[in-house]
Design a protein around this ligand. Structure first.
Ligand code: CA2
Length: 148
C-alpha cells in the first residue's frame, strides 16, 4: 500500500525566507515543499503540502484528512500555543500527527514552551530548521511501518 502524508503549515509560515531570516532562516516554504517532495519520491510515498493563516481552515484540513492520509505532519505556528480547537480536531480524527517546528520552541520565550498539540501528537520535532520536515517524514514512516 502506498502511504500518503499531509504536511500542514499554519499562520505566517508563508512568509518564510522573506522576513526575520535571523530567526527562521532563508529557506522559503516553497523550498521546504520541494524538500518534502524529494523525500517522498525517495521513499515512494505521496505527500500533500498545505498552508493556511486561518485556524478554522486548519481544523477543516485535519477533518478532511480522514480516509485520505495515513499521517499528518503539523507545524501549527503560533496556534500551537493557543488553539484548543486544533487540539480537539486532532483528537477527533484517528490519524497520527507529528508536531513540527523549525525553531526550538523550548529555548525561546516562555509562552512558546506550552503546546496544545503535544498531548495529542505521537511526537514532536523542533529546532532543526527546514531539515525537520524530511526528518518528520522519516519518523512518520517509521511509525506507520509496513511497505511504503
Ligand atoms: O518554529 C516554528 O516552526 C514555529 O511554529 C513558528 C511560529 C511560532 O509562532 C512558533 O512558536 C514556532 C511562527 C511562524 C512565523 O513565521 C515567520 C516567518 C517569517 C517571518 C515572520 C514569521
Amino acid at each position: 500500500m502506498k502511504h500518503a502524508v499531509l504536511i500542514l503549515n499554519g499562520p505566517n509560515l508563508n512568509l518564510l525566507g522573506t522576513r526575520q531570516p535571523e530567526v527562521y532562516g532563508t529557506t522559503t516554504l516553497a523550498d521546504i515543499e520541494q524538500m518534502c517532495r524529494n523525500k517522498a519520491t525517495a521513499l515512494g510515498i505521496d505527500v500533500a503540502f498545505q498552508q493556511s493563516n486561518h485556524e478554522g481552515a486548519l481544523v477543516d484540513a485535519i477533518h478532511n484528512a480522514i480516509g485520505e492520509y495515513h499521517g499528518i505532519i503539523l507545524n501549527a505556528g503560533a496556534y500551537t500555543h493557543t488553539s484548543i480547537a486544533l487540539m480537539d480536531a486532532m483528537g477527533s480524527v484517528e490519524v497520527p500527527v507529528i508536531e513540527l517546528h523549525l525553531s526550538n520552541i523550548h529555548a525561546r520565550e516562555a509562552f512558546r514552551h506550552h503546546s496544545y498539540i503535544a498531548p495529542v501528537a505521537i511526537g514532536q520535532i523542533c529546532g532543526f530548521g527546514a531539515n525537520g520536515y524530511p526528518l518528520a517524514i522519516d519518523a512518520m514512516m517509521a511509525h506507520l511501518g509496513g511497505d511504503t
